[in-house]
Design a protein around this ligand. Sequence first.
Ligand SMILES: O=C(O)CCC(=O)C(=O)O
Ligand SMILES: [Fe+2]
Length: 265
Amino acid sequence: MYIYSHGEMTNFTKVNVWEEEIQQNIANNFSESSLTFLSHQFKRDGFLKVPQIMPLQIRQEMKQEALRLLELHSERRDLKLATTGNTPRNMSVVTSENIAESSEFVNTIYRSEALKNILEKLAGEPFLACPSKDEEFLITRHEKSGDTHGWHWGDYRYALIWILETPPIEHGGMLQCVPHTSWDKTNPRIHEYLCENPISTYGFVTSDIYLLKSDTTLHRTVPLNRDSTRIMLNMTWGCLDDQKRNLNENDRWWAEKEVVAGNYS
Ligand SMILES: O=C(O)CCC(=O)C(=O)O
Ligand SMILES: [Fe+2]
């Protein structure tokens, strides 16, 4: 029976309007020849700034949505993580489950076919819904002097990061990347990677978006040098290779307040 209540009908229409806007925006901003160059750049750097992938209005609405979710669910994290060589995590977070349960907007944009389609073209392989429910989404807010998301890799291959608010570069909060590296959780050797490879540093403006090849790009945020506000939303996808991997579960600091691999002081 195809009977919708008024509320469902309204949501259904809204989702279609967003999808239409995203698709139109992508058609306006990406030509086939620009896609070739962007995909090469992404292969080379493991990082690609693509703010034009989303209409400005959706980026601005996403900031309001993140502020709402932070107000409802933010939890502070302060720890060092053993599986990344004791690099620090100092920030407030909203967990994946809290985002998934509380935000129709985030869920809808994450499931946009037009978005997935362009991301697959940029990356050159299929995107799979994140294999792990606790890693699909993450919101972080750097707020205090010293706040940083220390050097790490991602468990899954692709992250689309929405920079919803950023302080001036002078305050820190830039992203640093070392592409073409890989994560051994029992021997991460991060300082060796830093000595052996060039580090790229990327500054942002509010409303930027970037795509990261998170499993083979060592990355961190530069610590804030004063109290200031930097808010990001992470949307994660897996790839076909991820299905073969076996993940140890003792370091999921974003999901749990205290984890086995975390050092708290
Ligand atoms: O805040 C950022 O730009 C990076 C976020 C990140 O590395 C992550 O969510 O895993
Ligand atoms: Fe990351």
